[in-house]
Write a protein that binds this ligand. Structure first.
Ligand code: CA
Length: 216
């Protein structure tokens, strides 16, 4: 899953990006509204974290213009717990909001929830054959037994499972799993697929030659 953070407070931006990467997300950053709007319309992000108070273009304008072309889930960060801000955000097409200062675990939980909703996933656990993927706890079981995955392997599996039955192209996987700054060594998609097959069985992920991969 690839997230765009639009936030002008450098310390917050840096710490949020680091924390999300530790969870296995690919993270791009924008430090003002114009850069944020540009990136958010160029790339198919899985979710956007959008601060309200931003230089050049505020969060409301970014959201309004983004909604002209994309339905990307948006979590807004508001500085005040003002009722009109919440109503305005939700009216403007935000999927959820958080009031600063917020708890990191709560941000993670809300992001997972808006990503699940956007994928039309109404339950936390996705089951494919003997594999159960708990998208709230981010844990995976094979025939009832826990399987240890790296954060990146988990994200790849979750992305394919949220699109199960569809062939997901390599281009889409690269776009959703790796961020703008990653070098090619960390992008070894085939290695991650091969590791998942070793851990979860070779029948789980099908290769659609020339097209991409498919689960279920
Ligand atoms: Ca700000």
């Amino acid at each position: 899953m690839r997230i765009l953070l639009i936030e002008d407070e450098v310390d917050l931006l840096t710490s949020l990006a680091r924390a999300l990467r530790e969870e296995g997300y690919a993270v791009d950053a924008a430090a003002d509204g114009e850069e944020g709007l540009y990136k958010s319309t160029e790339v198919a992000y899985d979710a956007i974290v959008l601060d309200v108070m931003l230089p050049l273009l505020d969060g409301w304008k970014v959201l309004e213009r983004l909604r002209e072309s994309r339905r990307t889930p948006v979590l807004m960060l508001t500085a005040r717990d003002a009722a009109q801000d919440r109503v305005r955000g939700l009216d403007a097409g935000a999927d959820d909001y958080l009031v600063k200062p917020f708890d990191l675990e709560e941000l993670f939980a809300r992001l997972r929830a808006i990503i699940r909703r956007a994928a039309g996933q109404t339950v936390n656990v996705i089951e494919v054959g003997g594999v159960a993927i708990d998208t709230a706890a981010r844990r995976v079981k094979l025939d009832g037994h826990s399987v240890e995955l790296t954060a990146r392997e988990y994200c790849l599996l979750e992305f394919l499972a949220m699109h199960r039955g569809e062939t997901v192209t390599r281009t889409a996987l690269y776009e959703h799993l790796f961020d703008e700054d990653e070098d090619s060594l960390s992008n070894l998609l085939d290695v991650h697929v091969s590791n998942l097959r070793k851990k979860l069985g070779h029948g789980l992920i099908e290769t659609r030659r020339g097209h991409g991969y498919c689960i279920g």
